[in-house]
Unconditional design. Structure first.
Length: 144
């Protein structure tokens, strides 16, 4: 091979490597500028204000778990935090309401035999967890 051919091959490889490195760096800059910023780049200041929210735990005062009734409805009474969403579920009826006070009371139908009633309370403050309780109540007719 001639001397000029070797120099031309060497310069071609060097120029190609330099051009490839330049294109990769520029492409990476373009991709980084095109992506959305997920986290803020400045100082993060949290202005979390501690609120004096009193959380009342879910407490069912009536009826007791395992109670037996001779009528086809029962009055469910209890205590929860104010302005909570209360969901009462059973196989025969679902009931959803928002309480205005800490005490709540509602009439709920019963099916013959065992009734598993699930009570779930969602507090008005979204940062607090929901609370739930299960009641097993029995409705038996007097003739039995």
């Amino acid at each position: 091979m001639k001397k000029e051919t070797i120099i031309a091959i060497f310069l071609g490889i060097a120029f190609g490597g330099f051009l490839a490195f330049f294109l990769i760096v520029k492409n990476k800059e373009i991709q980084l500028n095109k992506n959305k910023i997920i986290a803020p780049t400045g100082l993060i200041t949290q202005s979390a204000v501690k609120s004096n929210i009193v959380v009342t735990p879910l407490e069912i005062t009536e009826p007791n778990d395992g109670a037996i009734f001779d009528k086809n409805s029962v009055e469910i009474k209890g205590k929860v935090s104010k302005n909570s969403l209360i969901v009462i579920q059973s196989p025969i009826k679902d009931l959803v309401f928002k309480n205005e006070k800490e005490d709540f009371s509602t009439d709920f139908p019963l099916a013959l035999g065992e009734n598993v009633i699930k009570i779930v309370v969602y507090p008005s403050d979204k940062q607090l967890r929901s609370q739930e309780k299960d009641l097993r109540i029995y409705y038996l007719e007097e003739e039995l």
